[in-house]
Design a protein around this ligand. Structure first.
Ligand SMILES: Nc1nc2c(ncn2[C@@H]2O[C@H](COP(=O)(O)OP(=O)(O)OP(=O)(O)O)[C@@H](O)[C@H]2O)c(=O)[nH]1
Length: 370
């Protein structure tokens, strides 16, 4: 059955480099939109899809695709899931959040070329969330780099920059995010570089991806013919066909590796905070949630991307939850075994647990309260 234009569900694909602010944007849109019933599909590269939990209202409206990159390894899953979604429930917009290592073009192709998908969906808006702070450091040779950049390693930095160029080139709406961290003159420079790469897109400066939902939902902005005419698109389309054959779904794409630390035993707040202050080299992205001995009922969230760190309560564990720490670490040359051992050292000992249970613990809890 071929559906008419009006029946096709508009699709917004949100892409952007690791930690740029994609989940923040999705949450923002879900919170603020009133005109549309939005379904969300999130893809995360770790074995645990912490993004699904970090998206507000994650219960019913968020579909997860885990343990791979939606642009290659999970491509068939993506097609199957979105077709199933359209058959099972009615909604009037689909928001796809790609993992920070996904390239947007192969995802777009699923919506354009897979018949079962394209007869139900209409590719509507390609959104790129750009980490203006990261872009500033990557492209401005004058910039004095903070220590953490040296930790990232130049090779992976270069490869990530390639992905970034793709993301700037093929989008309809571009959020220049994290503007709070970048000085005005640098922002002007970035804007002019971005304009050269992509004169067609609507460019918006944002902090915490704060933008009106109608800027990214059902905009009608995606224009395949215009995009196809650009030389870059043809080249990338050819490359992305080749790219189908290789798998970068095991957390080793673009020189980036990841692992997930899990434990049902809570952290001692003082030791865990001290460990966070030290921070392991090579890790430039971390996210997920953790247990603290002092707050057994609270879901504590950790989100770190470059200089942005938040660690604090994000909710209460529910009855059907399985409380545990699940932290995903992403970076270049990440020393997984050493980090696991350090985190194990932060876990409460049996004695400390007994003190906490008996209400006799003298430990201080430096983390923020709700
Ligand atoms: N200072 C600052 N921090 C921000 C801004 N936007 C997002 N963040 C923080 O950056 C971190 C990463 O944001 P997310 O929305 O999780 O990023 P993401 O693109 O979904 O990350 P991945 O899915 O891992 O690629 C979080 O700690 C956010 O609170 C911003 O405009 N300014």
């Amino acid at each position: 059955m071929t559906l008419g234009d009006d029946d096709e569900i508009p699709v917004t694909i949100v892409s952007g480099t690791l930690g740029a602010g994609k989940t923040t944007l999705v949450n923002h849109v879900l919170e603020k939109q009133t005109d549309h019933d939005v379904a969300v599909l999130v893809n995360d590269m770790g074995e645990v899809n912490v993004d699904a939990r970090l998206v507000a209202g994650a219960d019913d409206d968020v579909i997860e695709l885990t343990n791979g990159c939606v642009c290659c390894r999970l491509k068939d899953d993506l097609a199957t899931e979105v077709v199933r979604l359209a058959e099972e429930r009615s909604f009037d917009c689909l928001l796809v959040e790609a993992s920070g290592i996904s390239e947007p073009l192969p995802i777009a192709r699923t919506f354009l070329e897979e018949e079962a998908v394209s007869e139900r969906y209409r590719l509507d808006t390609m959104v790129s969330v750009l980490d203006a702070y990261g872009f500033w450091k990557e492209f401005d040779p004058e910039t004095e780099r903070p220590n953490e950049d040296e930790e990232r390693g130049s090779e992976s930095g270069r490869e990530l920059a390639d992905v970034l160029v793709d993301q700037v080139e093929f989008c309809d709406v571009l959020l220049l995010n994290k503007c709070d961290l970048v000085p005005e003159d640098a922002l002007e420079n970035i804007e002019s570089v971005v304009r050269e790469l992509q004169p067609r897109a609507g460019l918006h400066r944002t902090t915490r991806s704060d933008i009106a939902p109608e800027t990214v939902l059902d905009t009608g902005l995606f224009d395949f013919d215009a995009v196809r005419r650009s030389a870059g698109w043809k080249r990338r389309l050819a490359e992305s066909h080749e790219h189908d054959d290789h798998d970068h779904g095991n957390g080793n794409a673009h020189g980036v590796t990841s692992f997930c630390y899990e434990s049902e035993r809570p952290f001692d707040p003082e030791r865990f905070e001290a460990w966070m202050d030290e921070w392991p080299s090579g890790v430039y992205r971390a996210k997920g949630f953790f247990l603290l001995s002092t707050r057994p009922d609270t879901v504590m969230g950790l989100n770190r991307a470059g200089p942005s760190v938040t660690a604090g309560p994000i909710g209460q564990w529910r009855d059907d939850d399985d409380p545990a720490t699940r932290l995903v670490f992403i970076g270049a040359d990440v020393e997984e075994e050493a980090i696991r051992a350090q985190l194990d050292e932060c876990l409460c000992t049996d004695e400390e647990m007994a003190d906490v249970d008996a209400g006799e613990s003298a430990v201080s809890d430096p983390f923020p309260r709700a």
